[in-house]
Design a protein around this ligand. Structure first.
Ligand SMILES: [Zn+2]
Length: 305
């Protein structure tokens, strides 16, 4: 099990929700698809790091940190006895080529060079570790996890691990001796504490409550073709079944994420959940999981402490 687990970022959740409930402008749609694909790649990568011996390696997934007022992010960090391995995970698909230190898609559009990305985060990470006197050497790699990825003309000496090399890379790493001590755990704790969950979502398009499509989304395929049947929510797109209670709580969390300033009232959730027929059932669930503020018509709910 990872020392720090990966969770979907709020930005991805917000984009997913908006994509589901409105027509995203093309630029934002691209950002959304890129985020979704990137996350899928990271999940594939996590399946590989999970196979590493937990007594020999500490895995920290998704660290967003700051040093000297500059933000940087590391998809996965592997701490071993002798080396700190930051991993940049890419889920690129299709054919690319490398020319004059740049990456290009086959249609000649230049894409961000992940090698520059790791160079930058290496420098910032090194500064951060240096400040705290953690002298572990850093060895970064870019991991391409999509089996349908090809890169032509890449120089051999670059720190790139290709899809066909992933299994071998982790097998070799796992076979090396590594003894962790108190300092390694202290470092992992320090970095986990330094992780910033908050990020301003400047890339989101403008949106408002009135124009968003309502109704619970499917827990599995995100479709809004969800119907309520007594104590269950059933997705007509993929057949997934969820307990009404779980579905409603998910709806409330989505509402809070989209509209952090809105008061959560029974009426609001009733309108947002749309397919739930009984206000009474809804009120009972909200009362059970949230703290009630105010009385009668003025009641709203906040998270229990
Ligand atoms: Zn579904």
């Amino acid at each position: 099990m990872a020392f720090k687990e990966r969770t979907e970022s709020d930005e991805l959740k917000l984009f997913r929700s908006l994509n589901n409930r409105m027509v995203l402008p093309s630029k934002e749609k691209k950002i959304y698809l890129y985020l979704e694909k990137g996350y899928k790649g990271e999940v594939i990568f996590d399946q590989l790091t999970e196979r590493l011996d937990a007594n020999k390696f500490l895995i920290l997934n998704d660290l967003r940190m700051e040093t000297n007022s500059t933000n940087f992010q590391i998809d996965t960090s592997i701490i071993s006895q002798e080396i700190f391995f930051p991993c940049e995970v890419k889920n690129y698909e299709g054919d690319y080529y490398y020319k004059s230190d740049q990456f290009y898609a086959m249609n000649d559009t230049e894409i961000q060079n992940p090698l520059d990305q790791i160079k930058r985060s290496d420098t910032l990470l090194r500064q951060k570790l240096h400040k705290k006197r953690y002298p572990l050497p850093i060895k970064s790699n870019v991991f391409f996890v999509n089996p349908a990825f090809t890169l032509y003309q890449a120089p051999l000496e670059k720190p790139i691990i290709y899809p066909t090399q992933l299994t071998r890379f982790f097998e070799e790493l796992n076979s090396k001796p590594s003894i962790l001590n108190y300092n390694h755990y202290k470092l992992a704790e320090y970095l986990t504490k330094e992780h910033k969950t908050f990020s301003p979502y400047t890339r989101l398009p403008p949106y408002n409550y009135e124009h968003l499509k309502k109704g619970p989304s499917c827990v599995s395929c995100f479709s809004l073709s969800v119907i309520a049947a007594e104590t269950k929510l059933i997705c007509r797109a993929c057949g997934c079944v969820e307990k009404v209670e779980d579905g409603i709580l998910r709806c409330v969390r989505e509402l809070q994420l989209l509209f952090p300033n809105k008061k959560i009232t029974t009426n609001l959730v009733f309108e947002w959940c749309k397919v739930i027929e009984s206000r009474k059932q809804l009120r009972r669930i909200l009362k059970k999981h949230y703290k009630t503020i105010g009385t009668r018509h003025f009641t709203y709910y906040i998270i229990k402490e």
